[in-house]
Design a binder for this molecule. Structure first.
Ligand code: RM4
Ligand code: MN
Ligand code: MN
Length: 397
């Protein structure tokens, strides 16, 4: 039996749970074999922010938008006023700033780890410009992902690349001020196929330790090997106070960027459980940025984002329903089945009525997807953007 006190616990957790949306999740994307063009997809930064604003309007839990510097600030700092205006017009804030040191031709052999000092200097300059954008937009987090790595044994010195990386990250850290943080993301492979320079959470942790105390680890749920225990990584990072944030998505084989919770909702629940359990034990919620990082290649982008926010809320609310007092005493007494069942009871509780009630209390529609569909926004976007999208290039040839 889930008591009313625990439902209150879940309501409070939902009140505090904010999910940041990625601007790039609203643009046309695809696989390495081609892009699939959607008539309603956003092609400008203003449109991406408008779409994020619509998701926030219907879900009430996505008040900020992460941006990618080259894609959203093609003119660098000069684009800040326009982007800030778009955010204000659409009722959202600018969130994490993602530098792009992987797209230009010069980054073929890496950015901060490139053996060529001139390329390393260019990458650093771009990241420092990104910090200036971060300052001007009032964003707290600089979100760093490096595509750096080598694809053949012997084609680079693993240790020399590491040294360059650590030196670069120290310089980046030294440029931060005020409340600013830097988040360091890891990924086992792709685009590099032999040795990615920041391949796992241990390397990311070491990068952060060398850089300074404003550096924290970013866990992208899709960036793990098959069968890796992500909640254990999360629990360790929480204990070390080194968990900076998440990139939410789901995976089946590799970095598939699928809808959060679509493949393995219990995995997401277990991650959230570690956070709620930590909060119960320490009396304070960890300072973690919850961000989505998904490519919506097949589903409609806005609808998939609404689905993602809804899945995240449902799974977070379930995790907040766990009876922590009971769990702790079962664990202490070695009551294995009862301890496990404490988690399962929460996981299998239908929290949809609770969410509907939570939305009603906030003046939101009980069903954000239905409300969005009834709004006519998609049809309007198709009318306005269809022509431009029909002209878009979908082939890599
Ligand atoms: C990477 C990684 C980064 C994201 C890029 C576009 O796989 O997840 O966070 O910015 O993709
Ligand atoms: Mn990511
Ligand atoms: Mn990824």
């Amino acid at each position: 039996m889930v008591t009313e006190r625990r439902f209150d616990q879940a309501r409070a957790a939902l009140d505090a749970f904010r999910i940041e949306l990625p601007s790039w999740g609203f643009a046309n994307t695809g696989t390495r074999f081609g892009k699939f063009i959607q008539a309603s997809a956003a092609t400008t930064t203003e449109e991406k922010i408008a779409d994020a604003g619509v998701v926030h309007r219907f879900t009430g839990c996505c008040p900020s938008v992460a941006v990618h510097v080259l894609w959203d600030f093609p003119n660098g700092v000069a684009d800040v006023p326009a982007v800030m205006r778009a955010a204000a017009d659409n009722g959202v804030r600018i969130g994490a700033i993602n530098p792009n040191v992987f797209q230009d031709q010069c980054y073929k052999n890496g950015s901060l780890c490139n053996p060529d000092a001139e390329v390393r200097r260019m990458a650093l300059a771009h990241i420092l410009d990104s910090i200036e954008i971060q300052r001007k937009t009032g964003s707290r987090d600089l979100s760093l992902w490096f595509a750096d790595g080598i694809s053949y044994p012997g084609s680079g010195s693993i240790r020399a690349r590491r040294d360059c990386l650590l030196e670069g990250l120290r310089t980046v850290h030294a440029a931060l001020g005020g409340e600013q943080r830097m988040l360091v993301e890891y990924k086992p492979f792709e685009p590099a196929f032999y040795a990615t320079d920041i391949a796992d959470w241990g390397m990311s942790y070491i990068c952060c330790k060398h850089a300074g105390e404003r550096a924290k680890v970013l866990v992208d749920t899709g960036h793990h090997y098959q069968a890796q225990n992500i909640e254990q990584i999360v629990a360790w990072l929480l204990s070390e106070r080194m968990l900076g944030g998440f990139h939410f998505n789901d995976r089946r084989y590799a970095d598939d960027d699928l809808t959060l919770g679509s493949m393995d909702p219990y995995q997401v629940f277990r991650i959230f459980h570690e956070i709620c359990f930590y909060t119960w034990e320490t009396g304070e919620a960890p300072d973690v940025a919850y961000m989505v990082d998904q490519s919506h290649n097949l589903k409609n982008k806005i609808e998939e984002t609404i689905q993602t926010a809804n899945n995240a809320q449902e799974l977070f609310a379930k995790a907040a329903l766990v009876d922590h007092d009971k769990l702790a005493s079962y664990q202490e007494d070695g009551e294995l089945i009862d301890a496990e069942e404490t988690l399962r009871e929460a996981f299998f509780t239908d929290v949809r009525p609770l969410l509907r009630e939570w939305r009603a209390a906030k003046g939101l529609a009980a069903d954000p997807m239905a409300a969005f569909r009834a709004s006519g926004y998609l049809q309007e976007a198709e009318r306005e953007r269809g022509e431009r999208n029909r002209r878009a290039v979908s082939s890599y040839a």
